[in-house]
Design a protein around this ligand. Structure first.
Ligand code: AQP
Length: 338
């Protein structure tokens, strides 16, 4: 089977499990906004059911879900052009996930890096949901027959699993029903690294707030975090090869390129030879100029959460026009009496 028989459709999601950071913005949100006018139907999801695979305070979860919706809109996702939903308002995601729990194999799930990282040595105490997470993610995507999923590099393995689940379902039931979805991992910032350690990805759950730039940080905080970002003592190179074995320098250059819609080569042609004492203030100024308006728009939107709830309810109605028939057909294929 090839996925060429499926109408192009984009799906991607973000967990409402804490403050959005620069990695989420450059690896996901900005790219969603850039892709929006390409004429392909797109669905963007606040994956609240994924968030509760680790403990979430109920009031915080509600706030984070609305804040994430505000983050999507402030980053340029237009609810009149794309479908914006929170996962729990479209029950077909969880219903298809159950079918996929019965398709996916324990061995596949046990090999997921994210499971190993997050459960760590204390897997016995991790929730069953954390283990089954990738089957729900496969359902999020395949309940729309989505053909393309823009994500950061950290999600590549989950996308491969999504293809394995689709292929096994199609094979087991002798159908050509689910597409083999393509991950779309492109641009200068598919893996934004921690500002404190160039070998670790920038992450919401890093205990050090100085490791990340949050979308809610003010200009002074952004400038301070960039000024304190770990670097080495050398000047910036003029060629990409010169960033080899310099993860922190490479990270800051990647961030600059992605924020400024340039390639790394273009950035280095301009800044090669500069010391960090010159480059960091320029990066801080760029980050503030790009992110400041998003932060302001998020606060404006958060002043009217009824409007956010209305957008999400409308999105769910639109989404279910796609998901209900796909779930119905899945149940028929599986042999459920309807
Ligand atoms: N550091 C990153 N660089 C580039 N892209 C990133 N993404 C996340 N971190 C980076 C992308 O953001 C989208 C949302 O991912 P998520 O909801 O799974 O967020 P996350 O992985 O929970 O974010 P964190 O910060 O990594 O959370 P924790 O610390 O809880 O694991 C995805 O497209 C992801 O690739």
């Amino acid at each position: 089977m090839t996925d060429t028989t499926f109408t192009p459709r984009v799906f991607s999601g973000i967990q409402p499990s804490g403050d959005l950071h620069l990695g989420n913005y450059l690896g996901a949100l900005k790219r969603f906004a850039d892709a929006q006018d390409k004429g392909v139907q797109s669905i963007y999801c606040m994956v609240d059911l994924h968030a509760i695979t680790v403990w979430q305070d109920p009031a915080d979860l509600k706030k984070s879900t609305r804040e994430l919706c505000a983050g999507f809109i402030a980053s340029g996702i237009d609810p009149n052009k794309s479908i914006l939903i929170n996962q729990s308002q479209v029950p077909e995601h969880a219903q298809l996930a159950w079918i996929f729990n019965c398709v996916a194999r324990m061995g596949w799930m046990g090999r997921m890096t994210q499971w190993k990282d997050k459960a760590g040595k204390n897997a016995e105490a991790a929730s069953l949901g954390l283990f089954a997470y990738p089957a729900l993610m496969a359902a999020d995507i395949l309940i729309y027959h989505a053909t393309h999923v823009p994500v950061g590099e950290d999600q590549k393995q989950h996308l491969e699993l999504t293809r394995d689940i689709a292929a096994k379902f199609n094979h087991d039931y002798g159908v050509d029903f689910f597409p083999l979805t393509e991950p779309v991992i492109e641009g200068a910032a598919t893996r934004v690294m921690s500002l404190r350690d160039g070998s670790k990805k920038m992450s919401k759950s890093d205990p050090s707030d100085a490791s990340r730039i949050n979308l809610t940080d003010d200009a002074d905080t952004i400038a301070k975090k960039i000024r304190k970002a770990k670097t080495d003592a050398d000047a910036l190179p003029s060629e990409v090869d010169g960033l080899k074995d310099r993860p922190e320098a490479r990270n800051l250059v990647n961030i600059f390129a992605a924020l400024n819609d340039q390639t790394v080569e273009q950035v280095l042609a301009d800044v090669g030879g500069q010391q960090f004492g010159t480059f960091k203030p320029a990066l801080a100024e760029l980050a503030v100029s790009k992110m400041g308006p998003i932060t302001q728009e998020m606060s404006r939107l958060m002043a009217d959460t009824a409007e956010i709830d209305r957008i999400l309810a409308h999105g769910a109605t639109q989404a279910r026009e796609i998901t209900a028939p796909i779930l119905k057909k899945t149940y028929e294929i599986v042999g459920m009496v309807g």
